[in-house]
Design a protein around this ligand. Structure first.
Ligand SMILES: C[S@@+](CC[C@H](N)C(=O)[O-])C[C@H]1O[C@@H](n2cnc3c(N)ncnc32)[C@H](O)[C@@H]1O
Length: 245
């Protein structure tokens, strides 16, 4: 499973779900509001900008946003909404690609740091964020907490959602710290469509160490964009890292 196969034309065309799921106002508005605050009047850079789910509304809030994105197909969808002058995007790998300019905020949302499949690439991604930030700048990461507590000995899969016509499940390789997310969609017949994506899952403490290696300190960690406390039961987190001023 190669990332360029996963994020090709078919995924790009069906990625946006305006008004629902990850595009629902309940999900998006608090994220955009918080990112606009954290940009603090400066410029923002989104790693793995995709079709602009977050970048477009953030740019509509008068924050200058640029992006790095690996998939030309995802950027083609973004281009149906905004032009290059409004949101410039460099096609490349967020662990290594560079964008002109200096930013007060770099952000990487929707679990996407886990799309980098090695620890080395994930550390390089933190270093790349630091490279783009001005002193005192922030790197914001939104990431799920690995659901290892739900995995009994001898079992390799966790089902995280079931509803009519849909099952979401993750299979784990705990030795290699990898998981594969499966989204299975089906109707009345015997056929199903499966979207699969591989990830390297990261415990928050390891993420903090990656940040430290790149010169960041943890400024805050919440369970969501609205500022709910992060607890042992939280399923994901929004972590804000800050470079020394
Ligand atoms: C789950 S989508 C998130 C897109 C967007 N940030 C959002 O919140 O809707 C993951 C995106 O990461 C991109 N991606 C995966 N690996 C990447 C990499 N190494 N460098 C840059 N983009 C990458 C994919 O092409 C895809 O657009």
């Amino acid at each position: 499973m190669q990332q360029n196969e996963i994020w090709g034309n078919e995924t790009a065309k069906s990625y946006d779900t305006p008004g629902t799921g990850m595009f629902s106002p309940d999900v998006l508005e608090p994220a955009v509001e918080r990112l606009a605050q954290l940009a603090d009047g400066g410029r923002a850079l989104e790693f793995a900008i995709g079709t602009g789910r977050v970048a477009v509304p953030l740019s509509e809030r008068k924050v200058h946003v640029a992006g790095i994105e690996f998939s030309p197909a995802m950027v083609a969808e973004l281009r149906t909404k905004v032009d290059e002058a409004t949101i410039p995007v460099v096609i490349g790998d967020m662990a290594t690609a560079t964008v002109p300019g200096s930013y007060s905020l770099v952000y990487l949302v929707y679990n996407t740091i886990s799309n980098l499949l090695t620890q080395e690439e994930q550390v390089a991604c933190f270093r790349n964020a630091a490279r783009h930030l001005s002193p005192g700048g922030r790197f914001v990461v939104e990431l799920g907490v690995p659901e290892l507590r739900k995995l009994p000995l001898g079992q390799q899969a966790v089902v995280w959602q079931t509803e009519a016509g849909y099952i979401g499940l993750d299979t784990y390789d705990t030795l290699r710290q990898q998981l594969v997310s499966h989204h299975v969609r089906f109707g009345e017949g015997g056929q199903a469509r499966v979207f699969r994506s591989p990830h390297r899952y990261i415990w928050p403490a390891e993420l903090d160490l990656m940040a430290q290696l790149a010169g960041f300190a943890l400024e805050s960690r919440h369970a969501d964009w609205g500022g709910a406390p992060f607890t042992a039961e939280s399923g994901s987190h929004v972590s804000v890292y800050r470079l020394a001023g």
